[in-house]
Design a protein around this ligand. Structure first.
Ligand code: ATP
Length: 239
């Protein structure tokens, strides 16, 4: 029964328990055992000084870097090593410097559908056109040569390439730090559109050093300090 004072919490979209990563050369912790819950609709910002381990954490959470220990639980189910490919399609990592193939924008967008992990999905041009509409780009943008795009446009294409595949969680590792203010806001607009299309069933985790951006894109704040993660849930328990 839900009483007046009881806290109703949505089930975790992704839960990490004791997730850690060590420097393979000397065995020192790059990420100390970390616990966290990410829920549908969360917009988490991860703060911390340069070199504190934010990227290590997020890359480990994305299973792009192998954890040394710990467990990941996606929608209540423990993630097994054999699930890594499918997991990475759901928990998508976007980096600061986008990498595109030397073909048209649309060629870049259709490419993921050649991969085995997406064999049950089909390229949906209308869906892409709706995304383009949200960021005021004409459909002719799809005909542009990927190699001639500006850095901001490349980042938008990278995002479109990922968002069209319906991930449930976006891990954003300073995706706008090389972009001017207005292009950065276009990236934010595209991600917000994706959140709304998915009726807040998805979540984002942003690494950003920009205080104004953090205020715009975040509703939860986590901190990284010397490889030690503090979430808004664990903050009160640590000294
Ligand atoms: N694969 C690796 N092997 C060994 N050390 C690593 C590895 N990856 C990162 N590190 C080290 O871990 C520390 C944290 O790096 P990380 O890139 O996570 O910092 P960050 O908080 O994201 O910094 P910034 O805000 O500058 O991007 C750094 O000292 C870095 O040199």
């Amino acid at each position: 029964m839900v009483t007046e004072n009881s806290e109703v919490k949505a089930p975790a979209l992704l839960q990490a328990s004791n997730l850690s990563r060590k420097d393979p050369l000397n065995g020192h912790f790059l990420l100390h055992p970390a616990d966290c819950h990410i829920r549908r609709g969360d917009r988490i910002v991860l703060s911390g000084a340069s070199g504190s381990g934010k990227s290590v954490f997020v890359r480990t959470l994305a299973l792009l870097d192998q954890p040394d220990a710990g467990e990941l639980i996606l929608y209540g189910k423990p993630v097994q090593p054999a699930d890594a490919c499918r997991y990475r399609a759901q928990v998508a990592y976007i980096r600061q410097s986008p990498v595109l193939m030397q073909t048209s924008v649309e060629g870049n967008l259709t490419f993921p559908f050649c991969l085995a992990v997406n064999k049950n999905k089909k390229y949906d041009r209308q869906k892409i056109e709706r995304f383009l509409q949200a960021i005021d780009r004409p459909n002719t943008f799809l005909d542009k040569d990927g190699s001639t795009l500006s850095g901001g446009e490349k980042q938008l294409v990278c995002l479109l390439r990922v968002l069209q595949l319906d991930p449930c969680l976006l891990l954003l590792d300073e995706p706008t730090s090389a972009l001017d203010e207005s292009t950065a806001q276009l990236v934010e607009k595209l991600i917000e559109h994706w959140m709304q299309v998915n009726k807040q069933q998805t979540a984002t985790l942003w690494i950003s050093h920009d205080e104004q951006q953090k205020a715009r894109v975040g509703n939860r704040v986590w901190q990284m300090k010397s490889g030690q993660l503090t979430t808004d849930e664990t903050a009160g328990r640590q000294k």
